[in-house]
Design a protein around this ligand. Structure first.
Ligand code: P6P
Length: 330
């Protein structure tokens, strides 16, 4: 008999059954994110054929001109989640303020944060891009309206995190804190099927991912670290950098290695966004046995002070991240 096909719906339900106290709220949110991912995947895969390529005339909080697909994906995620009655608010890279739930819908106890299309500058050149999401439980009393403060949680308080990578295949990778599993979309049936159970990152790799064009602006200890990797006798390191965090993360997760977007003179607080990009990815990285730091502390321990704040990020296999910390903290 063909090996049992486990789709995302079945997997999330089976995960839920392992927790008697689970109410199913969570499962529905994850399934709806999976639904949104399928819709976005369809558009991504025909971006060249319909008028979804190219830039809009609007800019996000970071002053980045929004791609049409950014805006489209943002709307799909909001529409797929806001009606569920399981969520009390959302935050998105593409929206300056928090996203309340319309009064016509009931509210739940979860907060969802996301970067709807990560790596959007790669859309027009047909390079893989992704969606990043994180789910938190609301801490403030359920009576009042949510505020930005509700979203300023440490990454370690995440209850679920995941990403979708729109590449040679579309994959949904997520964790609820009990390991990380990957699902590959079978477009012929429109289902995410379990393809990468219990993902773990190798303890070391031979890949470093960084935009070396920034090296003249780094602290010199970072340049010394990169030189070390280049000259490391036991392994020949190679540079792989796609410019989509999700794509660089996913390759390094499967093969081992380190991703860096450190601080530099132009960006003393780094470029990547803590709340809805870095925290979910750092949570996943911890779950697969890797590490994520800003160069001083564990990413998951940082208490965000604002919704769109950025952070330096070094994450990946234990060997390469620990070696980085040795170089920059001596
Ligand atoms: P740079 C994409 O714009 C992004 O936010 C991440 O996905 C990616 O890792 C990084 O920025 C690339 O930045 O400055 O190297 O183009």
């Amino acid at each position: 008999m063909e090996k049992e096909l486990v789709n995302l719906t079945r997997f999330t339900l089976e995960e839920q059954r392992k927790h008697p106290e689970a109410t199913g709220d969570f499962t529905l949110i994850l399934q709806q994110i999976g639904f949104a991912a399928k819709i976005i995947s369809k558009e991504v895969n025909k971006a060249g054929l319909v008028r979804i390529l190219g830039k809009t005339d609007t800019f996000n909080y970071h002053g980045e001109q929004q791609q049409k697909l950014d805006v489209y994906a943002n709307e799909i995620l909001i529409n797929s989640l806001e009606y569920t009655g399981k969520i009390c608010g959302m935050a998105s890279e593409e929206v300056d303020d928090i996203i309340p739930i319309p009064s016509i819908y009931s509210k739940g106890k979860y907060l969802v944060v996301f970067d709807p299309i990560d790596g959007s500058s790669n859309i027009d050149v047909n390079i893989s891009i992704g969606t990043i999401f994180g789910i938190y439980k609301r801490k403030s009393s359920a009576s009042g309206n949510i505020t930005q403060k509700d979203f300023l949680n440490r990454g370690k308080d995440i209850v679920a995190a995941g990403y979708i990578i729109y590449g040679s295949s579309t994959m949904f990778v997520y964790t609820t804190g009990n390991g990380v599993n990957g699902f590959t979309l079978d477009p012929s049936v429109g289902e995410f099927l379990l393809s990468h159970p219990n993902l773990r990152i190798p303890e070391y790799g031979n890949i470093y991912s960084v935009n070396e064009a920034n090296s003249p602006y780094w602290d010199d200890k970072i340049n010394q670290y990169i030189d070390f990797l280049k000259k490391y006798s036991e392994r020949k390191y190679t540079l792989r950098y796609i410019g989509s965090l999700v794509s660089d993360f996913h390759r390094n997760l499967l093969k081992g290695g380190v991703f860096l977007y450190p601080a530099d003179i132009n960006r003393p607080n780094g470029k990547l966004r803590l709340v809805y990009e870095v925290n979910p990815m750092a949570f996943i990285m911890r779950q697969v046995g890797g590490m994520a730091t800003d160069g001083k502390q564990d990413i998951l321990e940082i208490l965000p002070e604002s919704l769109h704040q950025t952070t330096p990020l070094i994450m990946g296999s234990e060997f390469e991240v620990k070696k980085y910390l040795e170089f920059v903290n001596n």
